[in-house]
Design a protein around this ligand. Structure first.
Ligand SMILES: Cc1ncc(COP(=O)(O)O)c(C=O)c1O
Length: 453
C-alpha cells in the first residue's frame, strides 16, 4: 500500500531531485566536463552547447547504464528491486505484528529513502541527534523521534521555535536523568514551544549505553518530567542492541527480557499516573525486531503503542545483518530482506599472482563489521560474471583508498575490470557517500538519492 507523502515533503523531495549534482561528488567529476547525450548521464537535451547539469531527475530521465554512463569509480549503488522488496516486506511484517515503524533515519540520512518509508506507512522517522532531526525537518518530515537524550541548549531552543511555528509538527525525545529533565524544562521555559514536549523515559542496562539503570530511577525521572508542565511523558524507550549472551539463544532471551522490562515499566508509569494512556513503548533495531515485536505486543496489563525503530532493514547487507536477521534465524513470518547496497571498484593493479588491488578503501566502505564481499565482475570488454561464493576471492585488508583482493592464482582479473562488492553494516558505508545511484536489475541508473551526513 502506497501512502501519499505530506505535501511539504513531496515538494521538497521534488526540488531535491532537480538540484544539480555537484561534480565534486564521488563518481560525478567527469560528467560535469563532458555532458553526454541521451545514452549517458546528462540526459536528453544534454550535449555540446547545452551542458545540462546532472541531477537525480536527469538521471531518472536518461536511465544511463551504470558502466557506460561516464561515471568514475568507486561508486555505491542501491538495487531498486531489493529496496522495494525490503520496504514493503517490513511494512507487511509490522502490520501483521501489530507494531508501528519509525525507521531509524541515521542509517541512510536520506530524505528520499525516508520518504519511501513514509509512503509505505512508517509512523515517523527516528533520528539520533538534534542535527539529524533538523536535517529531516528541513525536508518537511512531520513526525520525528529523537532516540536520544536532548541536552543541547541551542538544539532545544530551535526545537521550541519549530514546534511553536508549526502545530502540525510532532517531536519526541528521551530523558534518563533529573538533570536532563531540568535542562529541557529550563530551556523550554525560556523558549516557549506553546505545548508540552512529549518525552520517552529511556531505560538501559548495566555497562550499557544511555538509559536509567533501574525502574525506580525511571519512575522518578518520569514523575519529574510530568511535574514540569513543559514536558509530558509519552511512554518508554530502550535499545536491545547491546546485551549479548554466550549463545544466540541466550542473546534472544536477554533481548526478550529487556523488552518485557520495558513493557512492565510502561504499565507502571500509567498506573502511577505519570504517563499518558496507551503509552508508546519503543525498541528494536534490525537484528532482533521479531523478538521485540513479539514481546511488546504480548498481552499485558495495559494497551500500548509499540514502535520499532529498525534502520538497516531497508538496505540490508551481505554481512552482519545477513547473518543475524530474523529470516536467517528461521523465524516464521519474518520479512525476506535482500541486500541492496553494492560498491563498485576498479582493479587498479595486479602486482602479484593471486592479488588484485582495487581502487576503493576505508574512505568508501564500512570496515567495522567485516570486509566487503566480492560478488561479481564486469570486465573491460563489458562481459560479466559472478564470483562463486566458494571460489576463494577475499578482501583481506583495506587502506584508505585501496582494497587488497586475494583470489585464486588462475583467476582472470585485469586492471580496468570492475568488481562489485557487497558490504557489511550499511550505516558505516552509507556515511561515506552523498549521492547514491539506484539501479534496476539491468544495472541501469533509474534514479539517485542523496544523503546528508
Ligand atoms: C537507539 C537505536 N535505535 C534503533 C537503532 C537501529 O538499529 P539497526 O541499525 O540495527 O537498524 C539503533 C542503531 O544503532 C539505535 O542506536
Amino acid at each position: 500500500v502506497r501512502h501519499r507523502l505530506p505535501p511539504r515533503v513531496a515538494e521538497r523531495l521534488r526540488a531535491l531531485g532537480e538540484r544539480p549534482i555537484d561534480p565534486t561528488e564521488k563518481g560525478f567529476g567527469s560528467l560535469a566536463w563532458r555532458p553526454v547525450g541521451a545514452a549517458g548521464a546528462g540526459g536528453p537535451g544534454a550535449g555540446a552547447g547545452n551542458p545540462a547539469r546532472v541531477s537525480a531527475a536527469s538521471l531518472a530521465a536518461a536511465r544511463p547504464a551504470l558502466h557506460a554512463g561516464g561515471f568514475t569509480y568507486p561508486l555505491l549503488t542501491l538495487r531498486d528491486s531489493a529496496l522495494q522488496n525490503n520496504v514493503a516486506a517490513m511494512a507487511a511484517f509490522c502490520g501483521r505484528a501489530g507494531v508501528a515503524l519509525a525507521p531509524h533515519g541515521k542509517t541512510t540520512m536520506s530524505p528520499e529513502l525516508a520518504g519511501l518509508q513514509l509512503a509505505h506507512g512508517a509512523w515517523g522517522i527516528t533520528v539520533a541527534s538534534v542535527g539529524q532531526l533538523q536535517m529531516y525537518r528541513s525536508f518537511g518530515f512531520p513526525r520525528l523521534l529523537l532516540a536520544n537524550e536532548l541536552v543541547d541548549p541551542a538544539g532545544i531552543a530551535w526545537l521550541a521555535g519549530e514546534l511553536a511555528r508549526d502545530p502540525g509538527f510532532e517531536a519526541y525525545c528521551y530523558v534518563d536523568s533529573l538533570d536532563g529533565v531540568q535542562i529541557l524544562d529550563r530551556a523550554l521555559t525560556r523558549h516557549r514551544a506553546g505545548r508540552a514536549l512529549p518525552v520517552l523515559v529511556e531505560i538501559g542496562h548495566a555497562s550499557g549505553r544511555t538509559g536509567c539503570r533501574t525502574d525506580e530511577q525511571a519512575l522518578e525521572v518520569a514523575k519529574a518530567a510530568e511535574a514540569t508542565g513543559t514536558l509530558t511523558v509519552a511512554g518508554v524507550a530502550g535499545y536491545e542492541g547491546g546485551p549479548r549472551g554466550e549463545s544466540q539463544a541466550d542473546t534472544l532471551e536477554l533481548v526478550a527480557a529487556f523488552c518485557r522490562r520495558l513493557r512492565g515499566l510502561a504499565d507502571a508509569l500509567v498506573a502511577a499516573g505519570v504517563s499518558r494512556n496507551e503509552p508508546i513503548v519503543t525498541a528494536g533495531g534490525s537484528a532482533f525486531f521479531d523478538v521485540v515485536a513479539r514481546e511488546l505486543t504480548a498481552p499485558g496489563a495495559r494497551a500500548v503503542t509499540a514502535i520499532l525503530r529498525s534502520g538497516c532493514y531497508l538496505t540490508h547487507d551481505h554481512g552482519i545483518y545477513a547473518k543475524i536477521s530474523p529470516a536467517t534465524r528461521g523465524v516464521a513470518g519474518a520479512p525476506d530482506l535482500r541486500p541492496a547496497l553494492e560498491l563498485w571498484a576498479l582493479v587498479v593493479s595486479r602486482p602479484e599472482p593471486g592479488l588484485a588491488l582495487l581502487g576503493a578503501g576505508r574512505r568508501d566502505v564500512g570496515f567495522d563489521s567485516g570486509s566487503p564481499l566480492p560478488l561479481r565482475v564486469v570486465r573491460r570488454d563489458g562481459s560479466r560474471s559472478r564470483v562463486p561464493a566458494t571460489d576463494g576471492w577475499r578482501v583481506t585488508d583495506l587502506n584508505d583508498q585501496h582494497a587488497f583482493l586475494h583470489l585464486p592464482e588462475d583467476a582472470a582479473l585485469a586492471p580496468g575490470d570492475v568488481v562489485g562488492l557487497g558490504i557489511s553494516h550499511p550505516c558505516t558505508t552509507l556515511d561515506k557517500w552523498r549521492v547514491l545511484m539506484v539501479l534496476n536489475d539491468d544495472d541501469r541508473v533509474i534514479e539517485a538519492v542523496h544523503s546528508f551526513f
